[in-house]
Design a protein around this ligand. Sequence first.
Ligand SMILES: [Zn+2]
Length: 454
Amino acid sequence: MLGVAADAWWVEHAGPEAVARRQRARLAALVRHARHASPYYRRLYHGLPAEVTDPRVLPPVDRPGLMARFDEWVTDPRLTLEALHRDVLDGPSPVGARYLGGYHVITTSGTSGEPAVLVHDRASWAAAAAVLRVRARRTALRPEVLGPVLRHGLRTAVLVATGGHFAAVTVAEDLRRRSRAQARRLRVVSVLRPLPEIVAELEEFRPTVLVGYPSVLRLLAGERRAGRLGVDPALVAVGGETLTPAARRAISGSFGCPVLDEYAASEVPALAVECPRAALHVNADRYLFEPVDERLRPVPPGTVSATALVTNLDNRVQPLLRYDLGDSAVLAAGPCPCGSPLPVVRVEGRSGAVLRLRAGAGPTVEVPPLALGTVIGETPGVRRFQAVGTGPETLTVHLEPDPGADLVLIRSAAEARLRAFLDARGLVTVAVRHSPDPPRPDPRSGKFREVWSR
Ligand SMILES: [Zn+2]
């Protein structure tokens, strides 16, 4: 872990060419290993050059294709899908326990299709933890964060979905297993419980660091503002959902502390970390991130992608090379003013989140979810919302007002703002409908999607 941390620090200071050198060397080694130890990749890469340093020569892979050939995909023959279900996922193994001498087994919640079963080897798991710490240091090690933590002790509340071997809870339970001191300092609070119970548990634990989904932290920020929650964190770290500017303001305003955004997935657990300029930097020395169009062809920086291909350069037991992550994103064209050579990414959301709307026989207009979400989310009095493209000419909006605010007035204010936004894009006949139902998080993952297309 120390070696990875030192390398991550060195690469960041050595500049873009050092990052590119690391990428080429690590990709070549990973491709060699995948061809040697994974029957799936041996067949897939048959006929490719002996030495691969450019990812674009590799055919992309996706979750259904890999899951269908799971036992040939992994490089340890003891890891069959049947054994993993029997021993870990449906079996007696507690969440966060290691399997067969060091493997970490996690599953996705299955909110976007068939769940993936992912195995991380000990080295890649430790590398992800080390890279996260190194790249978060510029925010997390500021005096205004360190001071209160040193004075009041480090107690971290991890607000995530429980009830399965999901990535976030597995990371937390793995840490808790390492020592009794760690277990005392870290607590998992399930976001699937009712809000008053979450508030009561936080009041009792008094965390100095809060970790969780932006939507949950935003609800808690509202509870604190209303005087129902008395915790005083020195840092709030968020991930798992897109952090909108409105959510960031609500969270940092209410808790009065820095907010650290992270972008990761079960397949790529330390993909990107935010810098002090609030830009998400891809940890490009450990992961390749390629925004692509619908036909999986690379798109240039500045272009909103249909999806993104990711490569985990560390994990040897279950090689992931040019894997379709299903997220829509934009790479920044220029460097970040913070000085980091790591590329800046803006995440739009899941691929289905880009709305395709049109007015009558007019052209289809792609509406990025962040822009649309900002229009609704910035309407005064809106606590939470969901906007669903329910047809090419229909947008259905679910609004939840701030406590005491007038829902009718807020609906008409949000609609006026949406009208102007849609009209400016020529979408004059696209209708805005208000649903009587409040916005709701996904019942299994606890995650909250603001904008998507049905
Ligand atoms: Zn930056």
